[in-house]
Design a protein. Structure first.
Length: 251
């Protein structure tokens, strides 16, 4: 099989998944966008969390051109990805009970805020506990996960539940258990994961919906511009001054 044929197969698989989430998750995306707009309008703060490669989609909506300035990364030390050594430690930390509670207790998150939790499997202690504790604190919790894992795997949390069981709104990425779209003769393991593409698209669709919701309510969405276009730095400075008490990546 040629390399180009495999590349085409991956694009086809990713496009198919994107079409599925566009059509099947439209209601959940609309609800999540409205919840974000509600939080912004009421003076709340926005946070996103993901561990391992799920953190990529969280980071994708924090401090970026075209994104809401109010979205903050809720970071759990050692779990953001392959920057920790050894990289396997990050996976191990996702299974540690009590870690999410300690992070939330020391974070600025409070009642009335909103937290997006991204976890492909949703089965590890960290995202489940994060969702449980955030809701107990009075936050609105949006989960972005693959519902397939709830029937294809067992929970690793003491409750026996998954992330989806502890969220106000759930967006299903439709990713199959194992997160690999391709197989080929001579390749001993399935390969070509699409979860980052699909999850990031869901996040951006949710944020776009939130911007539209804010405009409909007569509120200018606090969006950032690219620092690489004329006037971008000045625009961003104004937004950050206006919303400085709700932006935590500058402190």
């Amino acid at each position: 099989m040629s390399d180009s044929k495999l590349a085409g197969q991956f694009f086809d698989a990713a496009i198919g998944l994107l079409e599925r989430v566009r059509d099947e998750e439209a209601g959940a995306v609309a609800a999540a966008g409205a919840a974000i707009a509600d939080t912004v309008a009421s003076g709340g703060r926005l946070f996103a969390f993901g561990a391992g490669h799920s953190s990529l989609a969280a980071q994708d909506v924090v401090y970026r051109a075209g994104g809401l300035a109010l979205m903050n990364l809720l970071a759990v030390p050692g779990t953001l990805g392959v920057d920790v050594m050894p990289a396997t430690l990050g996976s191990a930390l996702e299974r540690v009970d009590g870690l999410a509670s300690a992070v939330l207790d020391s974070s600025p998150a409070r009642s009335g805020d909103l937290l997006v939790i991204i976890s492909l499997s949703g089965r590890n202690a960290l995202p489940v506990e994060m969702a449980q504790n955030a809701r107990a604190l009075g936050l609105t919790v949006v989960g972005v996960t693959s519902v397939a894992y709830t029937s294809g795997t067992k929970s690793r949390h003491v409750s026996g539940g998954f992330l989806r069981d502890h969220c106000d709104i759930v967006l299903d990425s439709k990713i199959a258990v194992g997160d690999a779209e391709l197989t080929a003769d001579g390749v001993e393991a399935p390969f070509a994961p699409a979860s980052t593409v699909v999850t990031s698209a869901l996040m951006q669709a949710m944020m776009a919906t939130a911007a539209g919701e804010l405009v409909a309510r007569g509120i200018e969405p606090p969006l950032l511009r690219s620092g690489n276009v004329d006037g971008g730095h000045e625009w961003n400075g104004r937004v950050m001054r206006e919303y400085g008490d709700r932006i935590f990546y500058r402190h």
